[in-house]
Structures are given as structure tokens and as C-alpha cells.
Design a protein around this ligand. Structure first.
Ligand code: LLP
Length: 437
């Protein structure tokens, strides 16, 4: 069944983490994000183990942008993972959960002064600097605190993976990082000369949902070439290399993503071979996987509502979420698979298009999927929604964002409450001249 997280019970219901999804829908309501806690832990361990088996000093940092809540931060701390953050909000969430600040890496192409101050004051482990202006600002803010900020410089390695253009980041024309050919050398010199900065290493990230390992190999080789160049030109041996995230996952039954172990093998052997070529000591290796840790572990449950047949063209079946809960189909044309959770073993009998409930024609979750005939009240499970779904949910149309549940060994734990109507109005203010009652 799609992957080994799913099974069915005697009622013919979809089961994940030992929990009957139809019962979860009844207990917590829909739309509902459900994540298999053991599957997330297992993926963290696979990264840790496969890197450690191939390379002396490694640390995977979970990319919080893919899914971050306090419970997730606690889980990551328990698993001994580091955490990649991109905002004050993500750092604050981690600190609230008691996540160790020194294991936080802070990114961003336009960090605010307040965000940098939060990172410095809370003892965030590494700041990844994206621009010359930020080097100066960070130097100033760290010096004012009598601190040395431990930094990486973000390099744009000019490697373009085959993925949606919105989620490529390492191509030449990108808003991120210092160009590997003509900008990084100056940036290294500046970082070494400014007070309050301690240059620990280099960072790069080429994109996301990458299903071919070749660009990862090229990126690793390019970064070791660069470490060697920095040693020669600037006379420093940088001891840490952060190669970002990007490993893709299965969204459709036909997708064949590489295993975490294959990815680890490819990048570590590329690093070892390139470093040997230059007789360079192996740098500490960090990676920042998000999607490949949490993506396959999550599903979104919906209740089926109305349907509409466009005669001779297509049948639309609408569910109670859509682009506000699961944005990726509307934003990236991303394709998904689904199960009818209350009749999971029934054969497919008709082709339908699954529509969301937002007032937007583009709010289509799945265009053309073969499913058993759907009826109002059926529970539909959209698969592989653990990454970039909850974290990209919105309140468009004033829909409240769904609850999030962790399931494991038959237990379901609510980790994020469903937003209420009152929540939706909680930040609204009525100036005196607009108060009508
Ligand atoms: N590190 C950096 C610096 C990143 O920019 C990203 C993702 C990651 C790590 C994690 O990449 P992952 O392992 O999850 O592929 N919203 C888009 C994805 C945007 C990814 C942005 N950066 C989507 O839903 O496909």
C-alpha cells in the first residue's frame, strides 16, 4: 500500500500509526493533519546512522520550514537532531520547547535586526550569512554584545537540479547566497576581517524535491573545490560544510525517490574523494533535510461534501479543505495520491477531480484520480502531506487552520489545536469610529 506506514483494519479503514483514520476524523474533526511519530523518528535515525556510517563527523539538522511545532522540536531534541530555522518565529518556537539553542542554525536572505538579536541573545549555534550587508550588520550587533557570532557563508554553487523552478535555489540567478565564481572569495575575506565574527564554514542548498542524486554529488564536489581555494587564497582551513537539504519523496505511486542511505552514500563519497584529491582534512558535515524526514509520515484527512458533474468533461468532488490546508497543488502544480479512508480496499471505479472549498478556480487538490465512487461523508486521505502543508496553511476565506495529531502505537496525541472562529478574530481591532455597538 503506497508505503509501509499504511495498512487497513477489519472495517476496511485506513490505519496509520496503529490508529483508525476514520476514528481520528470523528474524534478530532476534518480537515486534519495526521503524522506518524515513529516514522518521523525512524527517518531522523536513518539520516544520523547512514551519515555516521560513512563519514567521521556529521550532524543532520531538520529543516523547520517543512513542519515546525513545539512537539516537533521536542521530538527532534530527543532524537539528537540539530534544527535549521529561517525566522525569529521558528527560533522562538524551538526555544519555547526547550530545544538546545546551540543546535539551532539560523538562515534567511533578509534577517531583521530583531531576529539577529534574538539569535545572538539566545545563543543560537550558527548563523548562515547571505549577503555583504548582513556581514556588516551582524558584526556590529555581535560586537556591541562583546560576542563572536559563529557563522557560515551561504554559497550559491551554480548547480541546477531538475525540480520545479520555484523550489530551485542553487542556480546562478537566485536571490540566495554568494556566487561561487566571483563573490564568495571577497565575502570570506570580509568575514575574516570584521570584528565579532567567527567564520566556521560554508553552506549551500540547491533546491528541494530532488529525485536524482547527481546534482548532490556535483554540489559536494564544488564545495570541496571551494574549501581548497579558500585554503589557498585566504589561508584558512574552514572546518564545517553544510550541504542543505533537498532529497525528494514519493508523492505518486510511480515515484521512485532514492533512499536516505543512497543520498548519504553519494554525498559522503563525493566529499571524501574530493578532499583526498586536495589532501584536505574532512570538514564536519551538516545536512538540512526537511521533506524527506517528515513528508512521507503525514496525511491530510478530509470529509467529502458536494459534487458537480460537467457533462462529458469531468466530475468534481469537493472536500472540506483545499489550497488553504494543502497549498502545493495550487502553487506548484504538485501531484498527489489519495485513499478513500473508510473504504480503502475497494477497487477504483471512476475518475474524479478532487476540489477544495476555497473561492478560487485553481483550488484543485487532485486533477483526475481513479477512486471508488465517493459519497458525501466519506473520509478522503491525501498522502505524503507531512512537509510544507501545515507550515504553508493559510486563513484565506477566513477558514481556521486544521488541528495536527501525532499518532504512534495506536495512540493519538493532539499537538496543535484547530483554530476557532474566535481565534480568527483574536487580532482584529475596532477603532472607536468603527464601533457600531
Ligand atoms: N535548507 C535550506 C537552506 C532550504 O532552503 C531548504 C528548503 C531546506 C534546507 C530543506 O529542504 P528539503 O529537504 O525540505 O527539500 N515549499 C516548497 C519547498 C521550499 C523549500 C525551501 N527550502 C515545497 O512545498 O515544495
Amino acid at each position: 500500500m503506497f508505503n509501509n506506514l499504511f495498512s487497513s483494519n477489519e472495517k476496511g479503514h485506513l490505519v496509520i500509526g496503529g490508529c483508525d483514520t476514520v476514528e481520528l476524523a470523528a474524534q478530532f474533526g476534518t480537515p486534519l493533519y495526521v503524522l506518524d511519530e515513529n516514522a518521523i523518528r525512524e527517518n531522523c535515525r536513518r539520516y544520523k546512522q547512514s551519515l555516521a556510517q560513512n563519514y567521521p563527523d556529521t550532524m543532520p539538522a531538520f529543516a523547520g520550514k517543512s513542519f515546525l511545532t513545539k512537539a516537533m522540536c521536542s521530538l527532534l531534541a530527543q532524537e539528537g537532531m540539530a534544527l535549521d530555522t529561517v525566522s525569529g518565529g521558528e527560533i522562538y518556537t524551538a526555544l519555547q520547547a526547550g530545544f538546545p539553542a546551540e543546535k539551532i542554525i539560523f538562515h534567511g536572505n533578509n534577517k531583521s535586526e530583531a531576529e539577529i538579536n534574538l539569535a545572538l541573545d539566545s545563543g543560537v549555534g550558527r548563523l548562515v550569512v547571505d549577503s555583504t550587508a548582513e556581514l556588516h550588520l551582524l558584526s556590529q550587533l555581535a560586537t556591541a554584545r562583546d560576542k563572536a557570532a559563529a557563522i557560515y557563508l551561504r554559497v550559491n554553487p551554480a548547480v541546477t537540479p531538475d525540480t520545479h523552478s520555484y523550489i530551485q535555489t542553487g542556480q546562478v540567478d537566485s536571490k540566495f547566497g554568494f556566487a561561487i565564481d566571483d563573490q564568495i572569495d571577497e565575502a570570506v575575506k570580509l568575514a575574516l576581517s570584521l570584528p565579532g565574527l567567527s567564520l566556521m564554514g560554508l553552506h549551500c542548498h540547491i533546491g528541494s524535491q530532488i529525485l536524482d542524486l547527481t546534482p548532490f554529488r556535483k554540489m559536494a564536489e564544488a564545495m570541496v573545490d571551494l574549501l581548497n581555494r579558500v585554503r589557498q587564497d585566504a589561508g584558512v582551513l574552514l572546518g564545517e560544510l553544510d550541504l542543505g537539504g533537498g532529497l525528494g519523496i514519493r508523492y505518486l505511486p510511480t515515484d521512485q525517490p532514492p533512499a536516505i542511505e543512497d543520498y548519504a552514500q553519494v554525498i559522503t563519497s563525493a566529499l571524501k574523494e574530493s578532499a583526498a584529491k586536495y589532501n584536505l582534512p574532512l570538514p564536519k558535515l551538516l545536512v538540512e533535510p526537511g521533506r524527506s524526514i517528515v513528508g512521507p509520515a503525514g496525511i491530510t484527512l478530509f470529509t467529502v461534501g458536494s459534487e458537480k458533474e460537467v457533462t462529458g468533461v469531468r466530475k468534481y468532488v469537493a472536500v472540506d479543505g483545499g489550497m488553504t490546508t494543502d497549498l502545493r497543488p495550487a502553487l506548484y502544480d504538485a501531484r498527489y495520491h489519495a485513499f478513500v479512508a473508510n473504504r480503502v480496499n475497494e477497487p477504483a471505479t471512476e475518475k474524479v477531480t478532487i476540489a477544495g472549498k476555497a473561492c478560487e478556480s485553481g483550488d484543485i487538490l487532485i486533477k483526475d484520480i481513479e477512486l471508488p465512487k465517493l459519497h458525501r461523508g466519506d473520509i478522503l486521505a491525501l498522502l505524503a502531506t507531512g512537509a510544507y502543508h501545515y507550515s504553508m496553511a493559510s486563513n484565506y476565506n477566513r477558514f481556521g487552520r486544521p488541528a495536527v495529531v501525532f499518532v504512534r502505537d495506536g495512540d493519538a496525541n493532539l499537538i496543535v489545536n484547530r483554530e476557532t472562529y474566535a481565534d480568527l478574530c483574536s487580532n482584529d481591532l475596532l477603532p472607536a469610529h468603527l464601533q457600531t455597538k
